[in-house]
Design a protein around this ligand. Structure first.
Ligand code: AMP
Ligand code: MN
Ligand code: MN
Ligand code: MN
Length: 283
């Protein structure tokens, strides 16, 4: 099945409205779709209505920012109850740190010779509670400091670079509990991106499992073929369900479009088999 269970709208750091994403997913042959905006559920009503109108089976979703082993790890929640109060409260607390962090990023970039970045980033923000590094990256491209967002991250926005501000996100166990309490399945997003040592990687999956986490993204826009095989092994070793998602953000910026992903490697249980009861079927 062409499932694409990870993407972003303008309500976090994507550039398209939920309606445009649903239409694009359908046009690209997606057969099961989820919108997973960072730390936020606000777009899910629109996503569900648009999926319904497009004749596209749909799952609720979100992607929670977590601090683990001195880095940031993302945990996708699929099939959550979008009205769950525990999840909503946890996400609100996670989002709450973004505004002060963004102001600090603006000050840090000003010290590095780039004034006005906070105000500049705000012009790209579609949800005032969800200002992200991506919005700063778009401003630095617009103001020709860099030629694309990848270059902005490399030169300014990752650890050790002048615009990076360390931040404490949610705890792994909390993020998994919020998702599980809301009836969803917690999935480790794009694990190859974290560049963890084998020991840290093992610790991440062990802790995640112990907290009730059940899935891992094996095929994602950030993984090459070797990464997919590596995390297929992790899925088997830890008894995790396998997920597949493009992490599409924008037609201009994203390398992989909605629905244009390789298949899951053989011998895995797809996460959607465990989510059948949570799928919103189209009319
Ligand atoms: P934030 O949640 O504000 O820390 O921003 C994280 C977002 O920045 C991720 O969800 C990606 O969309 C984007 N991002 C992170 N690293 C990179 C990178 N190296 N190149 C392009 N985008 C990135
Ligand atoms: Mn993002
Ligand atoms: Mn992510
Ligand atoms: Mn994402």
């Amino acid at each position: 099945m062409n499932a694409d269970l990870h993407c972003h709208s303008l309500l976090s750091d994507g550039t398209l409205e939920p309606e445009a994403l649903a239409a694009r997913a359908k046009a690209n042959g997606v057969e099961l779709w989820a919108l997973t905006d960072h730390d936020e559920l606000v777009g899910l009503g629109r996503a569900r209505a648009a999926a319904h109108a497009a004749g596209l089976p749909y799952l609720t979703g979100t992607e929670i920012s977590v601090s683990f082993a001195g880095t940031t790890v993302h945990v996708v929640g699929l099939g959550v109850d979008a009205d769950d109060a525990v999840l909503a409260t946890g996400l609100a607390a996670t989002r709450g740190g973004r505004e002060p962090r963004a102001r600090e990023m603006g000050e840090a970039l000003a010290r590095a010779g780039i004034p006005g970045a906070y105000e500049g980033a705000l012009k790209f923000v579609g949800n005032p509670e969800l200002i992200s590094r991506t919005h700063f990256a778009r401003f630095l491209v617009e103001s020709r400091v860099c030629s694309d967002t990848q270059e902005v991250f490399r030169r300014y926005l990752v650890e050790g670079k002048p615009g990076f501000v360390p931040h404490r996100w949610a705890r792994l166990g909390d993020a998994v509990s919020w998702i599980t309490a809301a009836g969803g399945i917690a999935v480790i997003a794009h694990p190859a991106r974290y560049k963890l040592t084998p020991t840290e990687d093992f610790a991440l999956f062990s802790e995640f499992k112990a907290h009730g986490g059940r899935g891992v993204e094996v095929v994602t826009g950030a993984h090459n073929a070797a990464d997919a095989l590596r995390y297929a092994d992790t899925a088997r070793e830890f008894g995790l369900l396998a997920s597949r998602g493009s992490d599409f953000h924008s037609p201009e910026e994203s390398r992989i479009d909605l629905g244009r992903l390789p298949r899951l490697p053989a011998g895995l249980t797809p996460v959607w088999e465990a989510l059948e009861a949570r799928v919103h079927a189209p009319a």
